[in-house]
Design a protein around this ligand. Structure first.
Ligand SMILES: NC(=O)c1ccc[n+]([C@@H]2O[C@H](COP(=O)([O-])OP(=O)(O)OC[C@H]3O[C@@H](n4cnc5c(N)ncnc54)[C@H](OP(=O)(O)O)[C@@H]3O)[C@@H](O)[C@H]2O)c1
Length: 345
């Protein structure tokens, strides 16, 4: 019975969200004075809910990485209006398309240059349920943005996060996953670029990148947390079914007719962006374990069988290392910084 209640609580908004076995509210977020955070996609949707909450709870500095200047300016205005100009001034926006990997490295280096600590990294931005597309350098855009861009960002920021942990702090990273991680073929192997470039359809394409978000957290737990860095934690999260640009607008790109049900029909049952922020805020301020899949509000779940496979996680990360190195090596000289020094933990 509690299992059913948890499923309802994990996915739907309003009173339904109170049925879960593990409760956490945004008001339970501890004081974050003195801490520094980075969030991708913090300008709207769930990411804005997270950014707003971190600022409300006094984070000293918040780097927001996203694409649209207009959207982030709107976000900053909303923060200034509701939390005051001082809180808005604690944000630093860095334009960064996560599919532009040399730019991701550049932004990570600039952050390391600008701050001497990093307590929180929220890997949240994503290409939603949309049609398959290849980047200009020939990698499936869902994996390139949602997984590989975040691995590059995390890898270049990791030395600073390890240093912050060494100073006696707990450093927390979250990857925004989804219950859609179950929507992948059972023969998923992450064995080759051809495999990840194969068009599986919008749901599967998105779901595969979300499976990668969980596998990455479990891989990180083995390779970093339990390998000498007990105070650097990474967890994956599922926010539930949330009203956002992805679920209201982007869905029509993949399903011009069928998108109506998700966009409008289910709108009354969706969580709002603040309810959707709850598991991420828990993961980056309270979690004391690494490698978990945390569903809203703060329920650790096993996830699919594939998401628990060490072998699959190793294959995914080996493929990530090879694709990043190979694709960036073939970039013409002068077009962005090469990633020859990319080190995968
Ligand atoms: N909504 C749901 O029901 C749901 C359910 C499960 C999981 N999720 C996950 O939750 C996360 C947030 O989604 P959301 O629903 O809040 O979506 P959203 O409102 O569309 O927000 C997406 C954010 O990601 C940024 N972004 C998109 N593509 C990017 C790129 N290539 N490089 C850098 N930033 C990029 C956007 O920045 P710009 O505005 O500048 O483009 C925006 O800030 C995603 O990982 C999503 O997959 C959502």
């Amino acid at each position: 019975m509690q299992e059913i209640k948890n499923t309802i609580s994990e996915n739907f908004g309003g009173p339904a969200s109170k049925l879960g076995s593990h409760q956490f509210k945004l008001d339970d977020c501890p004081d974050l004075s003195g801490k520094v955070a980075v969030i991708t996609g913090g300008s709207e949707g769930i990411g804005f809910g997270v950014a707003y909450t971190l600022l409300k709870h006094n984070i000293a500095k918040l780097y927001i990485l996203s694409v649209s200047k207009e959207v982030v300016e709107g976000a900053k205005d909303a923060v200034a209006k509701e939390l005051g100009q001082d809180k808005a001034d604690r944000t630093v926006w860095m334009q960064c398309d996560l599919s532009d990997w040399p730019r991701v490295k550049q932004v990570a280096e600039a952050i390391k240059h600008d701050t001497d600590r990093l307590d929180i990294l929220v890997n949240n931005a994503a290409r939603g349920i949309m049609t398959a597309e290849l980047t200009s350098y020939g990698v499936d855009r869902h994996i390139a943005v949602n997984h590989m861009g975040h691995v590059i960002l995390t890898s270049y920021l990791l030395p600073l996060m390890k240093e912050t942990a060494k100073q006696g702090n707990v450093v927390r990273i979250s990857n925004q996953a989804s219950n859609m991680h179950t929507k992948v073929p059972s023969n998923t192997k992450f064995a080759s670029l051809d495999e990840i470039n194969k068009d599986l359809g919008p749901n599967e394409q998105y779901g595969r990148s979300k499976l990668a978000a969980i596998l990455y957290a479990r891989y990180f737990d083995r390779k970093v947390t339990r390998n000498g860095h007990p105070n650097v934690l990474m967890n994956a999260t599922h926010p539930g079914f949330v009203s956002s640009k992805q679920s209201r607008t982007d869905i029509f790109e993949a399903f011009p007719l069928g998108g109506w049900a998700m966009s409008h029909g289910l709108e009354p049952f969706k969580k709002d962006q603040f309810e959707g922020a709850v598991p991420t805020v828990f993961a980056v301020t309270m979690a004391d374990k690494s490698g978990q899949y945390i569903c809203a509000p703060a329920i650790p779940e096993a996830g699919s069988e594939l998401s628990q496979s060490e072998e699959l996680a190793d294959a995914l990360m080996e493929l990530t290392r090879n694709v990043v190195r190979d694709k960036m090596r073939s970039e013409p000289a002068g077009k962005g910084s090469p990633l020859d020094d990319f080190v995968l933990h």
